[in-house]
Design a protein around this ligand. Structure first.
Ligand SMILES: [Zn+2]
Length: 331
């Protein structure tokens, strides 16, 4: 499959949504900045449509280039974490390419369709595990593509199957309610989805984080684990501790730049521009001009510093600056 086809496929799955407010790219030319080396990942064989990487001791990472799955052979069956519809049947194909063991357990990282909406492909009778809030949500949705978990937990759960162990932890709302840390201690591998985007800026608005504070705190929570491999659920490669620290530094800069810009709001200029553009008594026009100026000031400062360090900061930093600056104003 071509990269453009994979992307189209992912978009059609409702996987990729864009905030409408981005002031992306070079404002004069409309050109995107070249991607830095941090964005380079392993090549996916386009004819095959997926890549499986052996992390040792029965653990595997699977991707089609945009979404990611982790699976673990145990001697008594395979544990799969997530089922993005964009990978779909290739999850089964990828597992069959490395083991004859049947799939016996499925773990949902969180409830979102773009990460688990392919779970209808698993054999009937598999054990499906999720955090209570995910389970509750899926019961309400009653979606055949996201079968309701058969086992659920509130805070922590140790899953032992055959020779293997996975530690599942819930540490509060970050990207979404019920989004869990999935840790393979023997393989020193940690998975947390939709929070860290190794080598790249995240999706708009802190990857649509349900809790801004929870999203920022998740960086510390991740670093408290002892791991060598990090699986973020997205983009074309895995991460290391360094990638978490890098993203934490990037958001630290956004928090600082947004705070500075919020403290330097030019009400007179915004009022003047609103009036000039026919919005004399238009409160929302005034507010938009004022807040856009804050967001742009934050984005300009952060983009200049990060354009060579993380991928696509010219595309989505504006959206992160909007979310953080607004969060600072209201909470
Ligand atoms: Zn999600």
């Amino acid at each position: 499959m071509k990269h453009s086809d994979i992307l189209k496929n992912a978009l059609l799955m409702g996987a990729i949504t864009f905030a409408g407010s981005s002031q992306a790219q070079d404002r004069e030319t409309g050109m995107f900045a070249p991607l830095p080396s941090s964005t380079v990942g392993p090549m996916v064989d386009q004819a095959k449509g997926f890549l499986v990487e052996d992390l040792g001791d029965g653990l595997y990472w699977l991707t089609e280039g945009i979404y990611q799955v982790m699976f673990l052979t145990t001697g008594e069956g395979v544990i799969v974490v997530d089922a993005p519809p964009s990978i779909g049947q290739n999850i089964i194909n990828a597992i069959a390419s490395v083991t004859d063991e049947p799939i016996t357990h499925v773990i949902y990282s969180h409830s979102h369709n773009d990460h688990i909406g392919g779970a209808g492909i698993f054999p009937a009778g598999v054990t499906i595990i999720a955090q209570d809030l995910t389970t509750e949500h899926l019961k309400n949705k009653n979606d055949p593509n996201r079968p309701i978990p058969t086992q659920s937990f509130a805070e922590s759960m140790t899953l032992k199957v055959g020779s293997q162990t996975l530690q599942l932890d819930y540490r509060g709302v970050n990207h979404s309610a019920g989004n869990i840390f999935i840790y393979a201690p023997a393989q020193k591998t940690l998975m947390l989805v939709d929070v860290i985007f190794p080598g790249w800026t995240p999706f708009p608005e802190l990857a649509l984080a349900q809790s801004v504070d929870g999203f920022l705190e998740a960086h510390n929570q991740i670093l408290a684990y002892d791991f060598d491999h990090f699986i973020g659920g997205h983009i074309n490669r895995m991460g290391t501790r360094q990638d978490i620290e890098t993203q934490q530094e990037y958001f630290g800069d956004i928090v600082q730049a947004a705070g500075k810009a919020n403290g330097a709001m030019d009400f007179g200029a915004a009022f003047g521009e609103a009036a000039e553009r026919g919005g004399h008594n238009n409160t929302w026009a005034f507010v938009k001009i004022l807040f856009d100026a804050v967001t742009q000031q934050c984005a300009d400062e952060v983009e200049a510093k990060w354009i060579d360090r993380l991928g696509a900061v010219d595309v989505f930093t504006f959206d992160h600056c909007w979310t953080i600056s607004e969060h600072q104003r209201i909470d």
